[in-house]
Write a protein that binds this ligand. Structure first.
Ligand SMILES: [Zn+2]
Length: 423
């Protein structure tokens, strides 16, 4: 399946592009992070002498619906068909999934006659907890290599991108789910209307949808500009996402604020026609809070760019001072967010000797654009660096515990976001 890239898309003019939800011409910059390579295209040793494509990382906010978004330069087919991210490598994420499954089974009274489907089910890190409790599941995952890992664990998984066409095929082949969920997928969807329209088609009449995605309000409040990368097409406030769902006949009936990924929302939706489920107070409260905070005015989005530039200066100041004092600094992790940070700040092996990652798919490769070697975590024990810069700062507790041996030789950890913090 070959999808259109932005350059050939009919809605895309020579000087800009239109909102992927409402079609309004995008004119207001949210933040411009310059040119960056795709964050999952890790460089093999054999490619070190070749060029890499860089794309603008320029985020706009729609003046009409206030959806914050990035232009699509590459098709999801190119990004996600062989994806290197296996959710099961993060123990805290697997634990988050287990607690979610328990909550959902209790709250929605799911059992042996129910049906649970997950969009972007990855390696089955979440659905395995439903399977363990005897609830029938189906995973929907576009990356064939990741889906195979789920199937090997006994989790039925169909390999496909989700949208209206997939929804119809799944509904006729597998029925309609009582619980349809998708965690950290909504931001990755280029055709938002086709995706949410597909959920409307697939969901059982009395079914519920839950989705988790990073919350724009937290991204802005805590400087999480590094969570912006080409694979994340949209950045959602609650008021914007509620509008998108309402347009497709889906009503938000609850919302939770979660600490995951630096601050996420978990939204609960049902068919607009299903009045049996009342809209709870948290929906009204969050909508009011964001409205009072200005999220329905363009001015609210204006100060973010300067905040990002200031964060860059502070991180570089820390690194320059450390290197001037002759200290060794290495990275921990090679996540997508690390690549935005490293490329935007211009951090290469002049500052970080190497980084490490538990994912064997990344070991032996180099970070995109900045070409920092990615080694196995044991490399830290051998090199005994003075500072370990944790790139997936959302996992800083997990990582600083797992690598606490750094303290044995007087080493320290540092996180770059929300501001440089050495501990
Ligand atoms: Zn719009």
């Amino acid at each position: 399946m070959k999808e259109q890239t932005a350059g050939t898309s009919p809605e895309d003019g020579a000087h800009g592009f239109n909102c992927r939800f409402c079609g309004t011409r995008l004119e207001t910059t949210f933040v411009d992070l310059g040119m960056s390579p795709l964050c999952q295209t890790h460089i093999a040793e054999s490619q070190l002498h070749e060029m890499e494509p860089f794309y603008p990382l320029h985020v706009y906010v729609c003046g009409s619906c206030f959806l914050v978004q990035l232009q699509q330069f590459v098709s999801p087919g190119e990004i996600f068909t062989e994806y290197a991210y296996f959710s099961s490598f993060s123990t805290s994420w697997v634990e988050h999934a287990r607690r979610y499954a328990e909550m959902a089974i209790d709250r929605f009274r799911l059992g042996a006659t129910s049906s649970v489907m997950e969009i972007a089910s990855n390696d089955g890190y979440l659905l395995q907890h439903f399977v363990a409790r005897g609830v029938p599941v189906l995973g929907i995952e576009p990356a064939a290599n990741v889906a195979q890992a789920a199937v090997d664990k006994g989790i039925p998984t169909t390999v496909r991108f989700f949208g209206r066409e997939a929804a119809q095929a799944i509904a006729s082949g597998n029925g309609r789910p009582d619980l349809l969920l998708g965690n950290n997928v909504l931001a990755h969807v280029p055709d938002l209307n086709d995706f949410v329209g597909g959920m409307k088609l697939l969901l059982a009449p009395n079914g519920v949808i839950t989705m988790e995605f990073p919350h724009l309000q937290r991204l802005m409040a805590e400087n999480q500009f590094d969570t912006i990368y080409h694979e994340h097409f949209s950045y959602f406030s609650f008021v914007a996402v509620e509008k998108v769902f309402a347009h497709h006949g889906l009503t938000m009936f609850d919302v939770e604020e979660l600490p995951t990924h630096g601050g996420s929302l978990r939204i609960f939706a049902r068919h607009a026609e299903n009045a049996a489920i009342e809209v709870g107070p948290r929906v009204h409260a969050l909508r009011q809070r964001e409205t009072d905070d200005g999220f329905l005015t363009l001015e609210r989005y204006g100060g973010f760019s300067e905040q990002v530039k200031s964060t860059k200066r502070k991180l570089l100041t820390f690194l320059i001072e450390a290197k001037t004092r002759g200290k060794m600094v290495v990275g921990y992790g090679a996540p997508g967010k690390g690549n935005t940070l490293l490329n935007y700040c211009g951090i290469r092996t002049d500052f970080l000797d190497f980084t490490v990652d538990a994912n064997p798919y990344k070991q032996g490769k180099y970070t995109p654009g900045t070409r920092i070697p990615i080694l196995a975590p044991e490399a830290i024990r051998e090199a005994k660096p003075d500072y370990v810069l944790i790139l997936p700062w959302n996992l800083k507790d997990e990582i600083s515990q797992a690598a606490s041996y750094v303290r044995d030789w007087g080493g320290h950890f540092a996180v770059p976001i929300p501001k440089v913090n050495v501990f």
